[in-house]
Design a protein around this ligand. Structure first.
Ligand code: SF4
Length: 376
């Protein structure tokens, strides 16, 4: 039996955050029951009883807006049509302020064993300007309640590169983040995506354009301080206590197979990239007729698959193994990209050790520019 990972998208949100470019909808919570039915049907339509599921990830949107009974039902549907392995990692993304002790106890009982909280900042002014619905005290409370409910695997997301009211603001926040002592941290730089309220505010001059140098300085500071606090960086944006890396996200970076369920979800299966419609009404209508909601289906050629494997592998601190590339594609990594690798090593963005190609710490700061060099 080969493993497959499942991503289940829950697109509903109480309010749109200023920077959000995800597939999410506000004011449509009345459609949640219909959406749960559609997801259950999609799980049965994609059934693969011969595939074992080692990770399930409920992402959003705000998955914590759905009831524990619905989460339990969806997990049971997955187990009916696939085979969930013993000890599978089951993550649910939650927004602080949308959870309470009873809710957390019930989702734990439903089988969720990893909680990913969208904290984003420990400063109420930042949270306000990002358009988040929670306060810093909600974050502290959600962590305490999750511990009380038996969660021993908690991840927090934070955003760096925000404008600070004092120069040591980020350093002080990092100290407080470390004190929270959770198992996993994800840190993302603020980006201004077209079509978001933040992009409009930047255009009108209401919000400042994020300063890339300040963001880079904050990233470097995080790298140093989290290391001292006992976290290992294992991916460009992710840090974990030993053994607490996100097993689900590692599947993406190792280019493993995953199935995305729900509106706007993407999959990598049988050397094809597939995506579901991002229109909620179309998604619900398709499933109500028993049709698949898939709208794009691209077969990946070897050149593209190789580029993906290198780029995704480089995101990991362990880098990409020449032996793996040789066994998957029958290609000598160092020979195939000799010119690019030599140039990037010369620029101090990459190094090679133990047969693995890795980004240096400077390379991690300029990852996107490095990745461009490996595209077909
Ligand atoms: S909670 Fe997440 S998905 Fe929802 S609006 Fe905010 S950033 Fe977007």
């Amino acid at each position: 039996m080969t493993d497959i990972s499942l991503y289940i998208h829950i697109p509903f949100c109480a309010r749109r955050c200023a920077y959000c470019s995800f597939t999410s909808f506000t004011g449509r919570n009345r459609q949640i029951p219909e959406y749960i039915e559609a997801l259950a049907r999609e799980i049965s339509l994609t059934r693969r009883p011969q595939r074992s599921v080692a990770t399930i990830y409920f992402g959003g949107g705000t998955p914590s807006l759905i009831q524990p009974e619905d989460i339990q039902r969806l997990i049971a549907e997955v187990n009916r049509h696939y085979c969930i392995t013993e000890g599978a990692e089951i993550t649910l993304e939650a927004n602080p302020g949308t959870v309470n002790p009873g809710y957390l106890r019930n989702i734990r009982l439903a089988g969720v064993n990893r909680l990913s909280l969208g904290a984003q900042s420990l400063d109420d002014r930042d949270l306000g300007s990002l358009g988040r619905t929670h306060s810093q005290s909600d974050i502290y409370m959600a962590i305490a309640d999750a511990r009380g409910a038996g969660f021993d695997n908690i991840s927090l997301d934070f955003i760096y590169g925000l404008s600070r009211s004092r120069p040591d603001g980020w350093e002080l926040m990092l100290g407080r983040i470390a004190e929270l002592s959770v198992e996993h941290l994800s840190l993302y730089g603020l980006t201004v995506e077209e079509g978001t309220p933040l992009a409009a505010a930047v255009r009108s001059g209401e919000a400042a354009v994020p300063d890339p140098d300040a963001a880079a300085a904050e990233y470097e500071q995080a790298t140093e301080m989290l290391k001292v606090a006992g976290y290992q960086q294992y991916e460009i944006s992710n840090w974990a206590r030993p053994g607490r890396e996100s097993r689900h996200n590692l599947v993406y970076w190792r280019r493993g197979e995953y199935l995305g369920l729900g509106v706007g979800a993407h999959s990598l299966l049988d050397n094809q990239r597939l995506s579901n419609t991002a229109d909620l009404d179309d998604y619900l209508a398709a499933l109500s007729h028993g049709w698949m909601p898939c709208v794009t289906e691209d077969t990946i050629n070897t050149e593209t698959a190789l580029a993906e494997a290198v780029i995704l592998g480089l995101r990991l601190n362990r880098g990409v193994s020449a032996d793996d590339i040789a066994s998957w594609y029958n290609i000598d990594l160092f020979h195939r990209f000799e010119t690019e690798i030599n140039e990037l090593i010369g620029l101090g963005l990459m190094d090679i050790s133990d047969g693995r190609l890795r980004l240096t710490s400077r390379g991690r700061l300029l990852g996107n520019e490095v990745f461009l060099r490996f595209l077909p």
